[in-house]
Design a protein around this ligand. Structure first.
Ligand SMILES: [Cu+2]
Length: 123
């Protein structure tokens, strides 16, 4: 009787651990799916304090690049050569655009504050 109870409770424990493991797994895959969907944070330009971060972003040809404006001012991402242009990105907003398909270095600026410069390297 004692032994049977023990077996039963250990089986219950195992089930509990398995359930916990599954829950932990789904929690772990939750955010990482989102991150891998955007091919990690490396495809994101964050604007804060009138600076593009990173100043040089490396992406794959045609990649979707997200631009997050964390400032209280309006900004934009405009390629010097006109290959991409987000238009105005209002404070707290995010816009996306496609990187050029042709490998190379693309310099860009903020049309509102032309001293704000950045570079996208497509390779
Ligand atoms: Cu700006």
């Amino acid at each position: 009787m004692m032994k049977r109870n023990l077996v039963k409770s250990s089986a219950f424990l195992v089930t509990g651990i398995l359930l916990l493991g599954t829950a932990a797994l789904s929690v772990a895959t939750g955010p990482s799916v989102g991150a891998s969907g955007t091919t990690s944070t490396s495809n994101t330009i964050i604007i804060s304090n009138f600076i593009f971060k990173p100043m040089t972003l490396k992406v794959a040809p045609g990649a979707t690049i997200k631009v997050e404006n964390k400032d209280s001012a309006v900004h934009s991402v405009d390629a010097n050569g006109g290959q991409f242009n987000t238009g105005n990105i209002f404070p707290g907003k995010t816009k996306s655009f496609k990187a050029p398909k042709k490998p190379g270095k693309y310099h860009y600026f903020c049309a509102v504050h032309t001293f704000m410069l950045g570079t996208i390297v497509v390779k």
